[in-house]
Design a protein around this ligand. Sequence first.
Ligand code: F6P
Length: 327
Amino acid sequence: MKQKVTKIGVLTSGGDSPGMNAAIRAVVRTGIYNGMEMYGIMRGYSGMVENDIVKLESRSVANIIQRGGTVLKTARSKEFFTPEGRQKAYNNLKKLGINGLVVIGGDGSFRGAQIFSNEFDIPVIGLPGTIDKDIAGTDFTIGFDTAVNTAVEAIDKIRDTADAHDRLFVIEVMGRDAGYIALHSGIATGAENILIPEKKTDVEQMVAGLQEKEKRKKLVNLVVVAEGDGVGGGEEVAKIIKEKLPNQEVRLCILGHIQRGGAPTCIDRVIASRMGYHAVECLMEGRYNVFVGIVNNRMCYTPIDEAVKKKQKINDEWMKIVKILSS
Ligand code: F6P
């Protein structure tokens, strides 16, 4: 029989993402509203293994909805991925009587949650917190909107200086395994080419397109590259373009971790609040070991086991749009 959840532990894991604090706040306050005891687990699964767990009250999460990063801190724990580490983590939760968990993170964090929930009798609810937006089963992930807007703001600024000098800029955005930031920010800034890990780039075709533009004196060009694209990231792409277009002034800009920080946008705060609220509702209703997503503006619950197997697919039409609109 399913045990009633009375004490919930919440943690953030993997790469931080703007809006994680809003999600923590929502989980904690919804739990307290429903008479539960709430605990913050520090530094992701590491805090679970090392017993770094603090009691949270309603005021503990005051004044954080607008802040980037995560007040619980985050980490990628190696020890948790060993059976001994997970046993230690379970014992620590048991000692405190924690009988429900909310894990806010990306696919790696969900993988940890999956293994843990299959091994032990503590139900886990996942919230998709990642700037990469690569989790199937949700239209949004917490942090993506902020990150992509940060990238757009930066690329707009680069366009100003590119235009002033008639230069070609290669801009590397985040996304080791996912091209969503590149795709969205590239379309929003009018990039000529967008290179992403999910699609093989035809380098010759890209170069031929840029050479054709050079011939007709279109010298201001933006090439947006996800860090994990198949060609080798921004540096490699800039090198190839420099070699093949020796008359063009080519510059490289790597946006890096600025994309992970900053105040969350309204969208990220709202989805984090909705998802956090529903995570607690799930635990109360006995809807266990799922992650909470939003699809067509409705809450959607996907078994974590399924979520870790799938990636969100890139729509081919988007790549076609890039090509047509950048001519
Ligand atoms: O998963 C989010 C993400 O920002 C990826 O886009 C990026 O490749 C990775 O994390 C970077 O990780 P780290 O901060 O550990 O270098």
